[in-house]
Design a protein around this ligand. Structure first.
Ligand SMILES: Cc1cc2nc3c(=O)[nH]c(=O)nc-3n(C[C@H](O)[C@H](O)[C@H](O)COP(=O)(O)O)c2cc1C
Length: 147
């Protein structure tokens, strides 16, 4: 709490947190592993908790909590799986987005069996469309704030 918003663990998560905070948009992506996001992705989500302690007491009025760190960012979700069970992975990402304030624009769930997802043009098309929508939102926001 003394070092507001700074994780006490000094490792490469610091660099990633810097990137998350400076990004205009954040796309969360994971394979579906046993009906949820991968362990690596869950670690990233858990390790980002320090960002919720930026501005403690100053903006929320809560002495124990800071602002929502990604409230100014557009976001998307991409989940790849063999066939089924992505609902919980989606929920994990949605909870993270809700907690951090990320403005979710859309999601893509790709069921690719045991083939590379690149073999499915419809998913690539959906991912491309999501990317374009996120881009539009970033531009809309930038135009609004520069007026
Ligand atoms: C540990 C593990 C668990 C998995 N669980 C599921 C699952 O619950 N449902 C599903 O449809 N696919 C499941 N899969 C398949 C992966 O989602 C799929 O192969 C993945 O999208 C490919 O990403 P990767 O090559 O990065 O692992 C699982 C694969 C692994 C390795």
């Amino acid at each position: 709490m003394e070092q507001k918003g700074v994780c006490i663990k000094d490792d490469d998560m610091k660099g990633l947190i810097g990137k998350l905070l400076s990004a205009k948009a954040i796309v969360l992506g994971s394979p579906n592993y046993y009906y949820d996001v991968s362990g690596l992705m869950k670690n990233m989500i858990d390790r980002s908790i320090s960002t919720s302690y930026l501005g403690v007491g100053e903006y929320t009025g809560m002495e124990w909590h800071g602002w929502r760190p990604f409230v100014d960012k557009a976001g998307g979700i991409v989940i790849c799986q063999a066939a089924f069970g992505a609902e919980k992975a989606l929920e994990t990402f949605k909870c993270f987005a809700e907690y951090s304030g990320l403005n979710l624009i859309g999601e893509v769930i790709a069921s690719a069996g045991n083939q590379p997802v690149n073999d499915f043009p419809e998913y690539i098309e959906k991912a491309h469309k999501l990317g374009m929508k996120i881009r539009e939102e970033v531009i809309r926001k930038e135009t609004k704030t520069s007026r």
